[in-house]
Design a binder for this molecule. Sequence first.
Ligand code: UDP
Length: 323
Amino acid sequence: MRVLITGGAGFIGSHLADAYLQRGDKVCVIDDLSTGCIENIQHLKGKPNFEYTIDTVHNQPVTAELVDQADVVFHLAAAVGVKLIVESPVRTIETNVRGTEVVLSLANKKKKKVLVASTSEVYGLSSDIPFREDGNLVMGATTKGRWSYACSKAIDEFLALAYWREKKLPTVVVRLFNTVGPRQTGQYGMVIPTFVKQALAGRPITVYGDGKQSRCFGYVGDVVGALINLMDHKDAVGNVFNIGSNQEITILQLAERVKELTQSDSEIVFVPYDEAYEEGFEDMPRRIPDISKIHGLVGFEPKMNLDGILQTVIDFQSGRNLR
Ligand code: UDP
């Protein structure tokens, strides 16, 4: 099989490329290196089954050719990271909406199956925990930049599902919950690589708000397995799936755990949201997925626990595991 991964030099995309190559499939990556990074695919360069193109998916002639050559498409190229989104909302909206329009319209020409990556951010301010795929999405005000990410991704979801209903393009939508592992960078705001970096350097660990907000962190290897299984399953088409872990931890507990595992002397400091992001910033207090739908279809279960995940990030950042 020939697999096209948009955003394939990103954190999740590059792990997905590894997994398909390991299976013996051919992988082609397109990435504009805006948040992705060439080091993520350095080890794949020169492999006979691997090709990459450094360009944006908005470049239609280039993307058209890649889509034509592919059997299936993973559309992971997107603006991600809360920090980036708050700082560059125009880029977020344009990248996420236009990119998906281009990929779906090109895939539709020859009905190539597309998996579109969405996000748990779409649940927004919903308090209907755990979040189910058929639950309501509760958006915050449009004056708060953060919600532009959720809205742009919700449009991507609508579009992917509309292509299936109206044009019979086989599409699958996944809502990725906080995904973590080696190669993830804290540059765009992701908490675990940020905390690990701070702890290893002996710098203060910056907990935003009061640290009582919680998240569930899933391991990238588990997520990639789920993506492949969904792509392989015919009944996934036309559906939305949560993917992630349901082991909840508060951000303050997370900071303490990182400090312990790295045996760091770093102090834990609290940074008000207004200072960390922007004035009036709204966080999601809790974010827990209901994963019964994906479990029911492909038997998905998160295998790696939080300590295991943290250890892979610590090893990666300490140079003990460069993959
Ligand atoms: N966070 C934090 N300190 C940091 C970075 C993030 O306390 O240096 C918090 C952030 O406010 C959020 C949680 O950690 O409550 C997860 O943040 P992340 O950006 O990783 O993902 P999100 O779940 O917000 O998309």
